[in-house]
Design a protein around this ligand. Structure first.
Ligand code: NDP
Length: 276
């Protein structure tokens, strides 16, 4: 039987940890798999995906900037992908069609509630950013029981669109970025902007950080450094990066493809050694 083939598509993609994570998951079950990182520019993405699956690909992860395009080219879409309007997982179905899933939000909430043992029920939450990742996590924060979700984005339109799509104004609403100094404090602050990845430090007031605050940056490694340093200086009780989210979302994809749930802890701890 040929080795099962998987890939992650992105642009750029050379930094991706997904091949390492999926090979480690495969070893847990004695599953031999080939998992590669494929760099595809936006105009080449659809053809690269088509070729990958024609050549025997079983499943693919999709990252920046292709998540909306992956959603658009799939034949079927899971409920979470439809809510978000983008996909981070593509799966070849038995009939040759492609199914799109979005596992970002589930993975982040599981990292917070299970790995970091924090019950989010009743938390007041601030979501910084309204791009693809922020959309991915917003509904799952509400599903996890946060009392309120305040969405603040540098440009207001995507934040308003996200709050409108959620359609629960009593719990999810927007504020302007220039109001951050006046909107009080929060129990949970999620940085879902790409500022850190782009090498920019967000200028955030310390007053945002409540007494029991958990601050969480979706990025990891050096990209999360300035937000986590700000959170600690502001007195946050906990400050976590998105490495655990990455491993959890990968586990969801692995389960979709192989029907087996990997143990994420050993893989997470091995990666943590790399990132400090
Ligand atoms: P998008 O490009 O879709 O969105 C980027 C967001 O960041 C927008 O809201 C944008 O605001 C905002 N932003 C960018 N620069 C700044 C800045 N200087 N100041 C304020 N806001 C800024 O990216 P994604 O949503 O897909 O990804 C966001 C982050 O999440 C990335 O760092 C990514 O690596 C990380 N991520 C981590 C995952 C994990 O598994 N750990 C999974 C998915 C994403 P505006 O609309 O105004 O441009």
């Amino acid at each position: 039987m040929p080795t099962a083939q998987f890939a992650v598509f992105g642009h750029p993609i050379s930094h991706s940890l997904s091949p390492q994570i999926h090979h480690a998951f495969g070893q847990q079950f004695g599953i031999e798999l080939e998992y590669r990182a494929i760099d595809a520019a936006p105009e080449a993405f659809a053809e690269a995906v088509r070729r990958f699956f024609l050549d025997g690909g079983h499943g693919a992860n999709v990252t920046l900037p292709h998540k909306a395009a992956a959603f658009a080219l799939a034949n079927q879409r899971s409920e979470s992908a439809i809510r978000v309007g983008s996909a981070n997982v593509l799966t070849l179905q038995g009939d040759g069609t492609l199914a799109a899933h979005n596992t970002d939000g589930d993975g982040m909430v599981r990292d917070i509630t299970e790995r970091h043992s924090t019950d989010l029920r009743g938390h007041t939450a601030l979501l910084l950013g309204a791009g693809g990742a922020a959309r991915g996590v917003a509904w799952h924060l509400l599903d996890a029981g946060v009392a309120t979700l305040t969405i603040v984005n540098r440009s207001p339109e995507p934040a308003d669109a996200l709050a409108d799509a959620i359609g629960d104004p009593a719990r999810a609403h927007t504020r302007y970025w220039h109001d951050l100094a006046d909107i009080g404090s929060f129990d949970l602050i999620i940085n879902a902007t790409s500022a850190g990845v782009l090498g920019t430090a967000l200028q955030l007031p310390f007053s945002l950080v409540g007494a029991r605050a958990l601050c969480y940056d979706l990025s990891y490694g050096a990209a999360a450094g300035s937000f986590l340093a700000w959170a600690k200086t502001a007195g946050a009780r906990y400050a976590f990066d998105g490495l655990g989210m990455l491993v959890e979302t990968a586990a969801d994809a692995f389960e979709l493809w192989h029907g087996k749930r990997p143990d994420t802890d050993p893989v997470y701890h091995a990666l943590r050694q790399q990132f400090g």
